[in-house]
Design a protein around this ligand. Structure first.
Ligand code: MN
Length: 294
């Protein structure tokens, strides 16, 4: 099942090129604040599953007639794994890997959706890169989750771009800007992916040119181990998002670019890149030290 948010915070099921509005069925209230209807739905999914499966067979309206929003706009946290593909570690000249360094966070306020542009901040000419990543959406609350139990805790998947200003400052400072975490176009539930999660191809294009071509079979810390590692530190909650890391091929985004991300079995979204006028800060005016090559 593909679960989407759309228009004024409505919830829908996407089927082919249509969307079926299930807002009332899942007891969601559009424009509620904070916008946690999808988190509630994920937390109580077993209660709604039967009704949703029946609704999925009904008549929808054209997907093109709605504005899709990021599926989980108010998660408890967005956990992200750095340098989780060897080829990306090599291109960055980095000697660390996710299996020795663990994870970081992106702020939930950085989340944006499939119809939203990536807004580049003012950053004194620093390079701003795209990172093509599979997002795992957490199903239920858990701590110290053993890797064998991972599928009970994986609700579904989405496409995620981990945007970043290159440099050596703390990751949250460089990766935390508004719109630096597009997630979408919807959540495809775990049962539609199954074991294929460990062999999912994801690609990213800039202006039609293929830049990144990933497969989750090349992850250093795989999805079960990511859930195990994150939950060893902190309680995971329904709707939490894990950014699983990026393969080689990261590169700059510039105003006017169109960035497309696609994962097999999940979907795709194409985002405009525009220049914004926020973000001016002296931290980005100092030069970046040269990166060692390995
Ligand atoms: Mn990343």
């Amino acid at each position: 099942m593909k679960l989407a948010r759309f228009d004024d915070d409505r919830i829908g099921i996407v089927r082919d090129d249509t969307i079926i509005d299930v807002t009332t069925l899942v007891d969601a209230r559009p424009r509620d604040w904070p916008p946690v209807a999808m988190v509630r739905l994920i937390a109580n999914f077993d209660r709604y599953r039967g009704k949703l499966e029946a609704a999925e067979k009904g008549q929808g309206k054209p997907l093109s007639s709605v504005r899709l929003l990021t599926p989980v706009p108010w998660p408890n946290k967005v956990v992200a794994y750095p340098v989780n593909y060897h080829d990306h570690g090599v291109e960055m000249g980095s000697s660390i890997r996710a299996n020795s360094q663990g994870f970081f966070f992106k702020p939930p306020s950085a989340l944006s959706g499939p119809a939203d542009p990536i807004v580049l901040p003012i950053n004194a000419g620093r390079r701003i890169d795209h990172e093509c990543e599979l997002a795992v959406i957490i199903a239920k609350q858990g701590r110290d989750i053993p890797r064998e139990a991972w599928r009970d805790y994986a609700f579904g998947y989405s496409c995620l771009i981990d945007a970043v200003i290159r440099g050596t400052e703390e990751r949250a400072t460089r990766k935390g800007f508004d719109t630096f975490c597009p997630v979408g176009p919807w959540i495809v539930t775990e049962d539609e992916v199954g074991d294929a999660a460990s062999n999912l191809r994801g690609r990213l294009w800039v202006n039609g040119e293929l830049k990144q071509d990933a497969n989750t079979k090349d992850l250093i810390v795989d999805i079960p181990a990511m859930i195990e590692m994150a939950s060893s530190v902190m309680t995971l909650y329904p709707g939490d998002i894990i950014a699983t890391g990026t393969p080689a091929g990261v590169g700059p985004m510039r105003p006017g670019d169109k960035v497309k991300i696609e994962f097999d079995r999940v979907g795709s979204m194409t985002l405009d890149v525009i220049q914004g006028d926020s973000g001016k800060n002296s931290i980005f005016t100092k030069p970046v030290p040269p990166q060692p090559k390995t």
